[in-house]
Design a binder for this molecule. Structure first.
Ligand code: GLU
Length: 267
């Protein structure tokens, strides 16, 4: 049974395909609603960390490019442009509800090095103590293939463990994990709860990502593995209507729930 009433520290991950229109331009209605709901969830006494993708997608939209650049310097450049725009918007919208945001950008190297990892943990904990909303993304303008997480699903699970979160909510452009690809099979069935990440579950997550994001279901299952093993509950649900987050906390069986293996706060 799900019960998120005691989940105090929550990481919400939102993907590029939820934050942007097919044109690559920002989905203003969705972003505005998301910020409003998160601000309210925070007002209700929970702590919120937002892991937001979209730097590259928003950069591409801002520059009027038809698609993401394929080379690394091109990706780094559009991410640098889009990240500013994203933070500008988050900061502006959260300010309307009297919340302060802080930007944390990281790469895989930062969590593999013990000193840097500790520094990051300290920063997260102090920001939360100060009642700030940390907004996290991969540091795409310095990351290269060797040092990148590559997708924000994995990143969000790592952030849960760094910040000692209780619950990870991955907002996606799909309702959750299906037993087969719902875009190809109209009879595909949504799984409400997944207790074990078996090879069959991995098979179900046949991972085609969208044009604007980098993840698919495969990276979400990987995130579920990291989160649940670190004592963090995880839910994948549709982010198209951020108000559904209220329903989730009221106990509605939305999306796919991956219960934590052992409910303890990670290091
Ligand atoms: N870090 C990338 C960005 O902000 C997105 C990674 C992902 O889509 O998972 O554009």
């Amino acid at each position: 049974m799900r019960d998120f009433s005691h989940a105090k520290r929550i990481v919400v991950k939102v993907g590029s395909s939820t934050l942007t229109h097919a044109s690559g331009m920002l989905n203003i209605r969705c972003v505005e609603l998301l910020v409003k709901v998160l601000a309210d969830i925070k007002n209700s006494g929970r702590e919120v960390i937002l892991v937001s993708s979209g730097a590259q997608a928003v950069g591409v939209g801002k520059l009027g490019f038809a698609e993401k650049p394929h080379d690394m310097p091109g990706k780094q450049a559009v991410a640098a442009i889009g990240q500013c725009e994203l933070m500008y918007i988050y900061d502006k919208l959260f300010s309307e509800y009297n919340h302060i945001t802080a930007q944390i950008l990281l790469t895989r190297e930062d969590v593999e090095d013990q000193v840097r990892k500790q520094n990051l943990q300290n920063a997260f904990l102090r920001l939360l103590e100060m009642r700030i909303v940390p907004v996290v993304n991969e540091n795409d303008s310095v990351s290269t293939e060797e040092i990148e997480f590559g997708d924000n699903d994995t990143l969000s699970a790592v952030v849960c463990s760094l910040a000692g979160a209780d619950l990870l909510i991955i907002l996606s452009d799909i309702d959750g994990l299906y037993d087969s690809n719902p875009r190809e099979n109209p009879n595909a069935r949504l799984l409400h709860q997944v207790d074990e990440l078996t090879p069959e579950v991995e098979q179900m997550a046949s991972g085609a990502g969208s044009a604007r994001g980098t993840g698919g279901m495969v990276t979400k299952i990987h995130a579920a593995q990291i989160a649940t093993e670190n004592g963090v509950d995880m839910v994948i649900m549709n982010g198209a209507n951020p108000k559904k987050l209220y329903n989730l906390f009221e106990g509605e069986e939305l999306g796919t729930y991956f219960p934590a293996k052992n409910r303890r706060r990670a290091d």
